[in-house]
Design a protein. Structure first.
Length: 113
């Protein structure tokens, strides 16, 4: 059974940091391009960035230089390190594999002073 479980969200002040995790099961994780997505209130879900099986990453311009995606294939887990957070980063964050899998519950990130 395919399952994606996101965790690590919370409330932080602008300039703060959070580290999200995405635990995957039921897929060949080590062979999968995995991505982080986010959806802010009233907006479409958007791609934050992704990571290839070998660790190559791509990021949306809005997060480039502030966010870092990594993965641990032995643990079937992907991470999103978010630094210098801004209010506009407030959203529910999800992970997926090229939009092919059922969405998990996501994890809420709120950036506010």
């Amino acid at each position: 059974q395919v399952r994606l479980v996101e965790a690590g969200g919370g409330s932080v002040q602008p300039g703060g940091s959070l580290r999200l995790s995405c635990a995957a099961s039921g897929i060949p994780f080590s062979l999968s391009v995995m991505g982080w997505y986010r959806q802010a209130p009233g907006k479409e879900r958007e791609l934050v960035g992704n990571i290839t099986p070998g660790g190559r990453t791509n990021y949306a311009d809005s997060v480039k230089g502030r966010f870092t995606i990594s993965r641990d294939n032995a643990k079937n887990t992907m991470y999103l390190q978010m630094n210098s957070l801004k209010p506009e980063d407030t959203a529910v964050y999800y992970c997926n594999r090229n939009l092919q899998l059922p969405w998990g519950q996501g994890t809420q990130v709120t950036v506010s002073s």
